[in-house]
Design a protein around this ligand. Structure first.
Ligand code: SDX
Length: 430
């Protein structure tokens, strides 16, 4: 193979340029030298939605979209889902290596002892309308944490980053559970340090009058696996928001609020809620063909299908389907599952979906499981935000320590009006 470079000829000037190829990319800034004359700003690349742009170098997640591969720090997601726990996976994402037993114990203790939130936070959760969407509460509450921990602004202090990382991973479930309890008019259930990360989350959500909540082990484990599967995923929309907002050197709580807001969208983390609404709208297996017709007509999207990177089956969807069976053994089978399975069977055999490379993604089955576990639909994106927090803070730290990075500030192609003079309103006529 020849030299790692690209030779381009600018046909406007006949001049040729050699651009180095590094890690399968050329540097956008290497295009700037391509000019028609000294007054020319130079070439830029135009890539709306970053369809073909690497915004960073990362060592955290790796996806091969064609082969349906996902690895966290090199470990296949299938092995982590089967053999790890969410907290161990969170440590792996943040630290880069699987923890030694003593390190895992210390990390678990740190997270466990940061689950309580300041009592004042309850006051503004109480201020939300009873039917406020819990993602709206979560975006606001995690942003507000920046006012309780002003030292979080010391983003280049490793000890401050370490403590804020623990606080974010530890407190997201508490804030999420408090938002849920507020929405059903129930008193807040405080953390129980005797329980696991997911066991305690179930405790804060579902504890009633019993003195000590006992999580169902099968549901506790199923939720832990779901959290592992949702923990990180390269430069997805919300991680891009975390990095972009974090690049202004704001504190991690404010950056996490931005990431949570991005995840709220129905094309991203809100898709699991949209899948359930879609399955309920379809209503029965015999009405699937009509819905598929509407999808092909471009009237609606098949929520839970498709992915920017996976052009094959999302490996997480395969694992979630297995988790579903374990959950339904406890909760009973969901009526929506039959519609989902038939929808998948039809779609995977249909040329439209095959040609558009549309396969089930992580959101297609997760919502059915959450519903069977007793979560209301508007909590589903919250169940995505909680585990993704480990990925967000890991990517945030990596961005801060990357010498290639600086404040994110894209350029644009200006198509607006040329210079023109102001006209007083009295002279504008009607
Ligand atoms: C997540 O980035 C990540 O990694 C995200 C995530 C993570 O872990 O962080 O994996 C989590 O967000 C999963 C995706 C959840 N979203 C959904 O399930 C919503 C439904 N899916 C989509 O809207 C869509 O597939 C996206 C948003 C996921 C990806 O969209 P792209 O890559 O921008 O593709 P596109 O919208 O340009 O669509 C390409 C074509 C279009 O058809 P044409 O205009 O070319 O004819 O495919 C069609 C689209 O109409 N298409 C769909 C479709 N998704 C794409 N048609 C019907 N149903 C769909 N779901």
């Amino acid at each position: 193979m020849g030299k790692d470079s690209l030779t381009v000829t600018d046909n406007r000037t006949g001049k040729s340029y050699e651009l180095p190829i590094e890690d399968g990319t050329i540097r956008g800034m290497d295009l700037r030298q391509i000019k028609t004359g000294p007054e020319d700003f130079g070439l830029m690349s135009y890539d709306p939605a970053f369809m073909n742009t690497a915004s960073c170098k990362s060592r955290i997640s790796f996806i091969d979209g064609d082969k349906g591969i996902l690895r966290y720090r090199g470990y296949p997601i299938e092995q982590l889902a089967e053999r790890s726990t969410y907290l161990e996976t969170a440590y792996l994402l943040v630290k880069g290596e699987l923890p030694k037993p003593s390190h895992l114990a210390a990390f678990t203790t740190n997270i466990t002892h940061h689950t309580i939130i300041h009592e004042n936070i309850k006051l503004f959760i109480d201020g939300f309308h009873y039917d406020a969407h819990p993602m709206g509460i979560l975006v606001s509450t995690v942003g507000a944490l920046s006012t309780f921990y002003p030292e979080a602004k010391k983003i280049f202090d490793p000890e401050s980053r370490r403590i804020q990382t623990h606080r974010l991973i530890a407190k997201m479930p508490t804030m999420a559970a408090f938002a849920y309890r507020h929405s059903i008019g129930m008193p807040y259930a405080y953390p129980d340090n005797d329980l696991s990360y997911t066991g305690n989350f179930l405790n804060m959500l579902f504890k009633m009058t019993e003195l000590k909540y006992q999580p169902n082990p099968a549901l506790e484990r199923a939720l832990d696996v779901l959290f592992i599967l949702h923990a990180d995923h390269e430069q997805n929309c919300s991680t891009n928001a975390m990095r972009s907002v974090g690049s202004s050197q704001v504190d991690p709580y404010s950056a996490t609020a931005a990431a949570t807001a991005a995840l709220y969208g129905p094309l991203h983390g809100g898709a699991n809620e949209a899948v359930i609404r879609m399955l309920m709208e379809i209503g029965s297996v015999d009405r699937i063909p009509d819905y598929i017709t509407r999808v092909k007509a471009g009237e609606v999207r098949l929520m839970g299908f498709g992915h920017r990177v996976y052009k094959n089956y999302d490996p997480r969807a395969k694992i979630i389907k297995e988790v579903a069976d374990e959950v339904f053994e406890v909760t009973g089978r969901s009526a929506l599952l039959d519609i989902a399975l038939e929808l998948e069977r039809i779609a995977l055999a249909d040329d439209y979906f095959i040609s558009h490379k549309l396969y089930p993604n992580v959101d297609f089955y997760s919502g059915i499981i959450y519903q069977a576990m007793g979560f209301p639909m508007d909590m589903f994106p919250v169940l995505f935000a909680i585990p993704r927090t480990a990925g967000w803070v890991a990517q945030w730290s990596e961005m801060l320590l990357d010498e290639d990075q600086k404040i994110a500030r894209p350029r644009q192609i200006y198509l607006g009006p040329d210079e023109r003079d102001y006209v007083p309103v009295s002279e504008r006529g009607d």
